[in-house]
Design a protein around this ligand. Structure first.
Ligand code: AMP
Length: 276
């Protein structure tokens, strides 16, 4: 496994790679969810490149950029064991040199939900992913369904800016109790960790109601809020039933939809979603 730290070296190594080339962007703090993206890339591509970069531009001023889990050596060991060929671990100045002054703003699909709760978040995500796709020029790029809105933002910029990658969405990997794997789960205290599966319980309830014939999105959202409310340590940030393709708010579940939610457990903010 080769590890490079400069844009020039990463571009050169990707240019010389056997095709198809798969790209797996991450912020590190690796877990089995990230490795599922790697496994999928390994199954579909001759070369798999991954990136580890905690992107300051996607964190708000009051968010957890400084305390975000960073374990570079463990992460590199995990990527190496999975058979990753190339890893890009740039310092911040390599991605955002002093003169950096171009930002990618994706429109409608980034406006609601996480976009509303975290102003500037998707501008940071879109800018860094555009830059990574422009440097690596992968044939395929792998993202997790856990971050459903992020997937739609990336599909939109990849299409609009003609970056030419096939964007592959990999299903959410969960703990046995349903909690979606997330780098931030390590921040949960034991009692908070016990409370955290409430997100998945609320999503399963939404799916059950819809399967049993409830199409009223408001009624489903109310039931999800009530379910989360049963957990003393959990506080709803938002709950939504949205069109699966556009993320527009739905009144009735009359087309492919997602139930999405963001919940605070103590100081940790978790998101998750399920298809309806
Ligand atoms: P992050 O390091 O949190 O930026 O995540 C890097 C990539 O891994 C993103 O495409 C995430 O959507 C994906 N990912 C994170 N958690 C999971 C999970 N539990 N299952 C599947 N993919 C995930």
């Amino acid at each position: 496994m080769r590890v490079v730290e400069t844009v020039a070296d990463f571009r050169r190594a990707c240019g010389a790679a056997r095709r198809p080339l798969g790209l797996v962007p991450t912020m590190g703090g690796l877990h089995a969810g990230h490795l599922a993206l790697v496994k999928r890339s390994k199954a579909e591509c001759a070369t798999t490149a991954a990136t580890i970069f905690v992107n300051p531009a996607q964190f708000g001023p009051k968010e957890d950029f400084n305390t975000y889990p960073r374990n570079l050596w463990t992460d590199l060991d995990m990527f190496e064991s999975e058979g990753v060929d190339l890893v890009f671990t740039p310092p911040v100045e390599e991605v955002y040199p002093t003169a950096f002054d171009t930002w990618v703003n994706v429109g409608k699909v980034s406006s609601r939900l996480e976009g509303e709760a975290r102003p500037g978040h998707f501008r940071g995500v879109a800018t860094v992913v555009t830059k990574l796709l422009a440097i690596a020029r992968p044939d395929r790029a792998y993202f997790g369904q856990k971050d459903a809105q992020q997937c739609l933002v990336i599909k939109q910029l990849n299409d609009d800016l003609a970056l030419g990658a096939v964007v592959v969405i990999v299903p959410t990997v969960r703990e046995p109790d349903g909690l979606a794997l997330s780098s931030r789960n390590v921040n949960l205290r034991p009692d908070e960790r016990r409370a955290a599966p409430v997100l998945y319980r609320a999503l399963c309830l939404a799916q059950k109601m819809q399967r049993e014939g409830t199409n009223d999105a408001e009624a489903i959202c109310r039931a999800m809020r009530e379910e989360v409310g049963k957990e003393r340590l959990a506080q709803v940030d938002y709950v939504s039933i949205s069109d699966a393709a556009t993320l527009e708010d739905l009144e009735r579940v009359d087309r492919p939809a997602l139930a999405l939610l963001a919940v605070r457990i103590g100081k940790t903010r978790l998101i998750d979603n399920i298809a309806l």
